[in-house]
Design a protein around this ligand. Structure first.
Ligand SMILES: Nc1ncnc2c1ncn2[C@@H]1O[C@H](COP(=O)(O)OP(=O)(O)OP(=O)(O)O)[C@@H](O)[C@H]1O
Ligand SMILES: [Mg+2]
Length: 241
């Protein structure tokens, strides 16, 4: 399978870099490859820099060393908007723009000068369990779980090659969570989409990933197949999530 996204020696300095006894890096020397149709769960304890890494991959945050390549082309030489059309980030805390749900759904097509695909939007909203929500409602009036799903739909409307998902089911009930998981697995199998999905939910990681990237002590400490990761974890009990 083709290499889609390559991280080469990616490092991010720690904010307190000049303070005595503080670590130099938040993370350092991360080298990894995401191929087309890869589904990766990015795991690690709180504060390891998972969200910061995902934001960096979406060019929403900078890196201090190394480089990121999409289809062999460096992020340093790519237009940010073009990059984000291919690589979409869905945040841990979803942000709704002022205006209605419909206006929020349309933002992506406006930004990228493409037509709004209403039929596709309806299909996606149904798939995430929001078939009956009024699109005329103010987006900021939605519940946390509704906002998370609209934010996901907004990104899927872009038909990105890669989705970067940051704990996107954290405020969802079990049924909605399963709908989202099934939708993303379908996007991967049927559309060839890839994703990196940050989660603290072990059962979810087993369901939605084929590989695990595990961050610890500022490094990508483990990059392995999902079955292998959980087998080793059960045997040695050395990984905390
Ligand atoms: N340069 C930096 N950029 C971002 N965060 C930094 C930086 N230097 C230090 N930090 C700290 O490192 C942590 C990184 O947080 P981040 O949200 O990326 O972690 P996370 O692994 O996603 O955690 P969680 O699982 O709780 O969401 C924060 O505590 C932040 O204050
Ligand atoms: Mg985070």
């Amino acid at each position: 399978m083709k290499a889609l996204l390559e991280l080469k020696n990616v490092s991010k300095n720690h904010w307190d870099i000049n303070e005595e006894n503080s670590p130099h890096f938040l993370f350092a020397h991360i080298t990894a490859t995401l191929h087309q149709e890869d589904c990766i769960a990015l795991l690690g304890k709180s504060g390891q820099g998972k969200s910061t890494l995902l934001r960096a991959l979406a060019l929403l945050d900078t890196i201090d060393n190394g480089d990121i390549y999409f289809n062999g082309i460096s992020a340093k030489t790519t237009d940010t908007r073009a990059w984000r059309k291919n690589i979409a980030y869905v945040a841990q805390q979803s942000v709704m723009l002022p205006g209605t749900i419909l206006e929020n759904l349309k933002t992506v097509s406006k930004l990228h000068n493409s037509a709004f695909d209403e039929k596709f939007a309806q299909e996606l909203m149904q798939n995430v369990g929001l078939a009956n929500i009024d699109w005329g409602k103010q987006a900021t009036d939605m519940s946390g779980g509704e906002k998370q799903r609209v934010a996901l739909v907004r990104s899927l409307l872009l038909r990105p090659s890669i989705l970067l998902l940051d704990e996107i089911t954290a405020s969802l009930d079990q049924q909605s969570k399963e709908k989202v998981e099934q939708l993303l697995l379908r996007c991967q199998k049927e559309e060839g989409m890839s994703y990196i999905w940050v989660t603290h939910d072990t059962e979810q990681a087993k369901k939605i990933s084929e590989s695990i990237w595990y961050m610890e002590d500022g490094k990508l400490a483990i990059d392995t197949r999902t079955e292998q990761f959980f087998e080793n974890r059960n045997v040695n009990n050395w990984v905390t999530l």
